[in-house]
Design a protein around this ligand. Sequence first.
Ligand SMILES: NC(=O)c1ccc[n+]([C@@H]2O[C@H](COP(=O)([O-])OP(=O)(O)OC[C@H]3O[C@@H](n4cnc5c(N)ncnc54)[C@H](OP(=O)(O)O)[C@@H]3O)[C@@H](O)[C@H]2O)c1
Length: 333
Amino acid sequence: MKVAIVGASGETGQSIIKGLLQHGENVDITALVRPASISKPEIESVKEQGVTIVPFELEATHEELVGALTGHDVVICCIIPWSADSQKALADAAKTAGVKRFVPSAFGPSCPPDGVMALREIKEDVLNHIKKICLPYTVIDVGWWYQSTLPRLPSGKIDYALKFPMNNVIGDGNYTTALTDLRDVGKYVARIIADPRTLNSSVFVYNEIWTQEQIFTLLEKGSGEKVARNYLSKTEVEASVEAARKAYYDVDRSFANLLGLAVVQYPNSIWLRGDNLPERAKYLGYLSGKELYPDVEHVKFEEYVAEVLAGKGKAPYANRIFGFEPKDGADSK
Ligand SMILES: NC(=O)c1ccc[n+]([C@@H]2O[C@H](COP(=O)([O-])OP(=O)(O)OC[C@H]3O[C@@H](n4cnc5c(N)ncnc54)[C@H](OP(=O)(O)O)[C@@H]3O)[C@@H](O)[C@H]2O)c1
């Protein structure tokens, strides 16, 4: 199976390439990479592991995109999620090139298509386009990354592994959500793209279900430290969503306001609303990864926390600045 990946240097892209290399059968991988990114260490590293690197611009002409995609069975797009037009152009090219399965950049929590998450609406716009042009597809959503769940410890001992510390506790902390280790995403993708049952469907995979209170308690037990909980009531969360919604839709549709909206919509959706749970995903029409692949072994959340406490964790987006990172220990939300 010939697989092309757009977004190979990203967090999800790296996990997918690793998953395909380790778990894919007869997979030949090409990473389509922006010329300016070809010398990034992530790309050098996958090249050394046998991935073919091809310079590629999403802004290229339709004919050039078709040329790059022709001969590939599967195209996986795992670029930043606010890029609907680029992804639609890629989908158009995949259609012309006769690609047998297009995987758009989803890889998020399960969520209703409209009215809950602005980022989700952008992804749905891409999916609607895919359906309009009758392109064979699979949407893969993966729950919430383990790597975005942990709060800071007073000692600062695990700060090195936290890009977005989560000391804000939604409600009483007893809402559940589905979590996945970022490193397992590729393992699931390798199974899904080789599976005829998942064609023209959405699949929801996840590792484990946790509450914030359980996460905080686990971290406290492992560290011997008391973790600060900044409780946010349902009313406070909903008010912050409404304020961010107004700032984006009524005042200024800037990128900063879109990110600001995402930052408050995510906890509302994944904790308060319960959108990111297997039963809700089923209701929304997803196939269940647990039912399709009961044999997949994943990193346990407890193992992940033990790694982080042992100094062996890794922060996502280590070299990236988003602009809403916490300052001096404040929460990122
Ligand atoms: N489930 C979760 O908890 C979770 C968490 C985070 C993200 N996600 C989702 O995962 C998906 C991928 O996000 P990510 O955070 O993994 O990605 P990321 O690390 O931000 O990487 C983004 C990738 O997109 C590429 N890219 C950016 N702009 C591009 C452009 N104009 N043309 C071509 N390539 C471009 C980058 O390539 P360059 O090297 O060329 O810049 C990079 O490979 C998104 O749909 C996101 O919503 C899910």
